[in-house]
Ligand binder design. Structure first.
Ligand code: ADP
Ligand code: MG
Length: 289
């Protein structure tokens, strides 16, 4: 039977917005060596906004109009930023057919008879070289912690959209607390290396960028050879990594899939809740021993 101190620690957690799904999760979280964080929606607010639009041979409104059409069916945070920017600029967005996600790479659809896509610069560059003007702009956006995506017609680049997602206000404090508890932290992101590094430098943690969903699983498996690993994430994309880690922690307000897969959840979207979980676990297990 579950010791009373575990049951009461789980209740104490719930009162503080830490949903712990069982005694096993409470026991394990205090002893993990590394905590891996998803970036978008976990360390950042997940409400990215379009900051810049550049066209190559067409104007900015046209870039936004076509990109918004491609993204209209997608629930990806970058897609929402683009459709919202089009809406705010009162742009009439044409319908899209055959919309498809390219996980970790972008989205594609047929719009006004053209095979358009919106993708990472890395993926765009595998299709056709980017002009010096576009790649220079992309580099400068990324050095400022913005994510750049490329609008393509077939393989031809039509423009670039830069998007900025602000770190959550308590993310840096949460990482300081975890380091004080002796826990190693790393950000795992599908975003490009320059953007990932700019954000990780601001927040003060290690980073592994340009990861496809399967790369995140591989990295968690590697970290597990060195000690316990917790993973914090919010998206459908994060569910496999949450399941693979020793303790999966869902950011409240995230997708249902992440909440269902996780062993614990932070109901108030507080990153500092991760440090609270570690401390609660250690206090509880210390009492039992
Ligand atoms: P993260 O790990 O940061 O949540 P994802 O794995 O979801 O990132 O996406 C990785 C990269 O793939 C994004 O930074 C972006 O360049 C590209 N991407 C993915 N989905 C889309 C989309 N719907 N529209 C544009 N770009 C996308
Ligand atoms: Mg996310």
């Amino acid at each position: 039977s579950v010791p009373a101190s575990i049951t009461s620690a789980i209740s104490a957690g719930t009162r503080r917005g830490l949903l712990i799904k069982g005694g096993g999760a409470l026991e394990t979280i205090g002893s993990v060596k590394t905590i891996a964080f998803d970036k978008t929606g976990t360390l950042t607010a997940g409400k990215p906004k379009v900051t810049d639009v550049l066209g190559q041979g067409l104007d900015r409104t046209e870039v936004l109009r076509l990109a918004a059409a491609v993204e209209s069916g997608s629930s990806h945070p970058l897609a929402k930023a683009i459709t919202q920017a089009a809406q705010e600029s009162k742009i009439t967005v044409p319908p899209a057919a055959d919309a498809q996600a390219l996980p970790g790479k972008g989205a594609t659809a047929t719009v006004e008879g053209r095979a358009l896509s919106v993708t990472s610069p890395r993926h765009a560059a595998t299709l056709a070289p980017l002009s010096a003007a576009l790649s220079g702009a992309i580099t400068s956006f990324e050095e400022q912690g913005r994510t750049a995506v490329v609008l393509l017609d077939g393989q031809a680049p039509l423009g670039v959209i830069a998007i900025r997602d602000e770190p959550r206000p308590d993310a840096r404090a949460a990482l300081v607390q975890l380091h004080g508890l002796g826990v190693k932290t790393v950000m795992l992101t599908g975003d490009n290396a320059r953007t990932g590094q700019a954000i990780a430098r601001d927040l003060g943690l290690d980073v592994q960028a340009e990861l496809l969903p399967e790369d995140k699983l591989r990295l968690i498996a590697e970290l597990k050879t060195q000690g316990g690993v917790a993973m914090v994430g919010d998206g459908i994309n994060d569910a496999p990594a949450l399941a693979q880690s020793d303790v999966g922690i869902a950011m409240g307000g995230g997708t249902d899939v992440a909440l269902e897969t996780a062993d614990a959840a932070l109901l108030q979207e507080r990153v500092t809740g991760v440090a609270d979980l570690v401390a609660l676990s250690r206090a509880t297990m210390g009492n039992i021993k």
